[in-house]
Ligand binder design. Structure first.
Ligand code: BGC
Length: 796
């Protein structure tokens, strides 16, 4: 087998040598498998009855988007009491609506390592979608996974590990769907950079195709498909295919990935939805497994031709596409709709969505009833947002200055502390957080942002807290002023007016890193000279606490400065930002966030970069943009481990607490004796794949003790070594395969249990085209961060 030969070929530093010829084409897998409604049987029967009533035109309209009040719209069919479908972004809020909550971003939720938090976040966001009349949420995000720290959209997802991302996506999907809303896990697959995600036009008029993400079969399964499998297993109604090409063919017409891997291998019963404008052909996309075209265009002509709609009708009537394929698309779309009871009294689409989308009712070209503007925010949601952001805050340094002990004189520095001066909505015309310096980052940008109803800034919340304590709060928010006037701004001298007097007990420095859909991060360093701001303040203030908002990983060059006494990473915390932060600063919440990625020491030593170069930008070769994932499985902590972690500033899974924890008594029990190397071939394919892949083979337990004197939450993590157990070359030494978050009172001990599933202990055998358990004994480590075992054992 060609792929196996390539993997067996040779290895450089543990990574398979790369033969580009093997990955620039993708085999055809046809025809598209039909859904049988596994797990959704009752709804499937209803969908069949519904289908039986439809004309061909109605069927093709049902699979093709059209103009309407939402980000994506499927037209209703009045005669059948079907009011259509309203699709809205996105992963952290219902974006195109007023009076809705903005939740902490995916990266925050991932940093919590907290299943309950992940589930509730999904549930509450789902409730707001339902309240606003949106049947389909465009989230959560399993791709990008975070292969490169420069990726513009990594923060929408949960972290750079497939196991963490898998659990996080599954919990989020369950939450959203328990609220009665369909989840769309996106972007499938390999959408790891924004640069050239869509085709462009060269100066000579040539269409330059999207970047081709070229991934070998094993890496595809073990890293990038892995979290999608969890989402499918959790019942994700929809999967959104991505803009990029994948091994040479567009993500939304890659039949190997859609028909082959998603529908056959993973037994996906829902529908594949295109990303917006990611459809570049008609018949080929339908045959390749795409089921819904967004934003579509149901007529023959449209300002952006959809290739579907009336064209799809013509393709059936002229015999190119069998009508049974369109029928399957309809069944895939309507089954989750009935399963979630969306046919029963679902709220009308909120009028604010239409207003924000700038679509007047008369422009729809069809009758669409809108509902009143409703406020979907609740006390429960607000409280959750505050707690979730606090709990997901990652404390990476603390020499004892935190929690604060009622300081009387507080100085606040930096452009991330106050209100965002260009408006709270990141997609507003003219907005760019790269150029607009002033204001705190509580969300990233693009379709995954939120429309804030309000935002509590750090400065505002610190002032409110200080007032209770009768403390002074002085601030300088202009980075330029701080770094230009330098030390004089902080220590009073005779010749300066810009002073903080008397010297503060604590200097809180707020720095930030913007990230957005549409382009990748230009730097991993804090923006707007954040490092200069920290160094300037720290030179004068021996109790400097740094708070970073925004995308991670971020380089922290000042981390070892003796006057920098604490560093907190709050990522994109959502609307309660300042309150959540104050809760952590003053110890009302003991931080328990852990890094869902690795922080390298500098940009030079960071794991793979995005593909970009002047030559590519100026190319006239349509096929020039190629991104070979030559590192295979070695991304993030797996990558740094290849150099003995010499590049690591803060490891994956790391996060401090105001208390300390100890782990002991690792015990393992086998649940299946003599497990076969391959899953039971006779087991049915259910959503998620061969059912036997999800069989628990072992449980591991350990006891965790709070050894300090305040309450806190520990995050024990279990890593397995498949490489030493005989998995083929190219296997990273330690990989995350279990985690838990446990609340512990001082002195308290609890037992944590990790369930180890067959899939999680197997590698993808490219020759057998199956998950295979390594033949030897698998060693396990449990600790509080990657690479530091507190207890060890083996699965025997
Ligand atoms: C993004 C999707 C989003 C869609 C609709 C696209 O540009 O990639 O994530 O759901 O727009 O707004």
């Amino acid at each position: 087998m060609a792929l196996l030969a390539a993997l067996a070929a040779s290895f450089v530093g543990g990574v398979a040598a790369w033969d580009p010829s093997l990955y620039t084409s993708s085999p055809a897998v046809l025809p598209s498998p039909n859904t049988t409604g596994i797990g959704w049987e009752e709804a499937f029967a209803k969908a069949k009855d519904f289908l039986a009533e439809l004309t061909l035109e109605e069927k093709t309209a049902l699979v093709t988007g059209t103009t309407g009040p939402c980000a994506g719209n499927i037209i209703g069919i009045e005669r059948l009491n079907f009011t259509g479908l309203c699709l809205q972004d996105g992963p952290l809020a219902i974006r195109q609506a007023t009076y809705a909550s903005v939740f902490p971003a995916g990266v925050n939720a991932g940093a919590s390592f907290d299943r309950e938090l992940l589930y509730k976040r999904g549930l509450y966001i789902g409730e707001e979608f339902k309240g606003k009349g949106s049947e389909i949420m465009l989230g959560p995000v399993a791709g990008p996974l975070g292969r490169t720290p420069w990726g513009g959209r990594n923060w929408e997802g949960f972290g750079a590990d497939p196991y963490l991302s898998g659990i996080a996506n599954a919990e989020t999907v369950r939450g959203i769907q328990d609220a009665g809303v369909q989840a769309t896990t996106k972007h499938y697959i390999g959408n790891e950079q924004e640069t050239q995600r869509n085709p462009s036009t060269a100066d000579d008029g040539t269409t330059i195709e999207s970047v081709s993400t070229n991934i070998d079969d094993r890496t595809m399964h073990e890293l990038y498909v892995f979290p999608f499998a969890d989402a499918v297993r959790a019942g994700s109604a929809s999967i959104m295919c991505s803009y990029n090409r994948l091994n040479g063919s567009y993500g939304c017409q890659n039949s190997k990935m859609l028909n082959g891997v998603l529908k056959e291998e993973l037994g996906f019963q829902g529908y594949v939805m295109s990303d917006w404008g990611a459809v570049h052909s008609g018949v080929a996309t339908i045959e390749s497994g795409l089921d819904m075209n967004m934003p579509g265009g149901i007529g023959f002509t449209n300002s952006t031709p959809s290739f579907w709609g009336a064209n799809a009708t013509a393709a059936v009537t002229n015999g190119t596409i069998p009508e049974s394929r369109i029928d399957d698309m309809v069944l895939r779309i309507m089954t989750p709709y009935f399963h979630l009871g969306q046919d029963k009294s679902f709220p009308l689409v909120d009028k604010s969505s239409a207003d924000i989308n700038g679509v007047a009712k008369s422009n729809f070209g069809y009758d669409f009833e809108l509902g009143p503007i409703v406020d979907v925010r609740t006390e429960e949601h607000t409280q959750f947002i505050r707690e979730a952001a606090a709990n997901s805050t990652v404390l990476v340094k603390n020499t004892g200055s935190l929690p604060l002990k009622k300081p009387k004189n507080i100085a606040v520095f930096g452009n991330d502390a106050g209100d965002f001066v260009a408006g709270l909505y990141s997609l507003t015309a003219g907005f760019s957080a790269d150029t607009v310096e002033q204001g705190t980052l509580a969300s990233g940008g693009g379709s995954g942002t939120g429309r804030f109803s309000y935002l509590v800034t750090p400065l505002e919340a610190i002032k409110a807290k200080a007032k209770e304590d009768g403390a002074l709060v002085q601030f300088i928010l202009d980075n330029e002023v701080i770094t230009t006037d330098g030390i004089d701004t902080i220590i009073p001298t005779e010749d300066t007016m810009d002073t903080i007097v008397p010297p503060a007990d604590v200097c809180l420095v707020f720095i930030k890193s913007w990230a957005t859909e549409g382009y990748d991060r230009a730097t991993l360093e804090p923006q707007h000279n954040g490092t200069g701001v920290v160094n300037t303040v720290a030179a004068a203030c021996n109790n400097t606490i740094v708070i970073h908002n925004g995308a991670g990983p971020v380089i922290l060059p000042f981390a070892s400065h003796p006057n920098v006494t604490a560093i907190l990473l709050s990522h994109f915390p959502g609307q309660e930002s300042g309150n959540s932060l104050v809760d952590v600063l003053y110890g009302a919440v003991n931080p328990s966030g852990h890094l869902p990625y690795t922080i390298p020491k500098s940009e030079d030593v960071a794991s793979p970069r995005i593909v970009n170069s002047t030559a590519l930008v100026e190319t006239t070769d349509p096929n020039a943009w190629q991104d070979p994932f030559t590192e295979g499985l070695f991304i993030d902590y797996r990558y740094y481990a290849l150099q003995n972690n010499s590049a690591v500033a803060y490891p994956f899974g790391f996060g401090l607490s105001y208390t300390s924890f100890a782990l002991a008594d690792l015990a393992v029990s086998a649940l299946v004796s003599n497990a076969s190397a391959l899953p039971d071939a006779s087991a049915p394919i259910v959503p998620g794949g061969n059912k036997d892949l999800w069989t628990p083979l072992y449980t591991a337990t350990a006891s965790v003790t709070n050894t300090g004197d305040v309450a806190g939450a520990a995050v024990p993590q279990l890593y397995v070594n498949l490489a030493a157990a005989g998995a083929p070359a190219g296997t990273p030494a330690w990989q995350l395969r279990g985690f838990d978050r446990v609340d512990l009172a001082p002195g308290e001990t609890k037992t944590v249990e990790f369930e180890l599933l067959r899939r999680d202990l197997s590698f993808w055998d490219v020759e057998a085209q199956q998950w295979r358990l390594p033949s030897g004994t698998i060693d396990v480590q449990v600790g509080f961060q990657y690479g530091k075992a507190e207890v060890t054992g083996s699965l025997a």
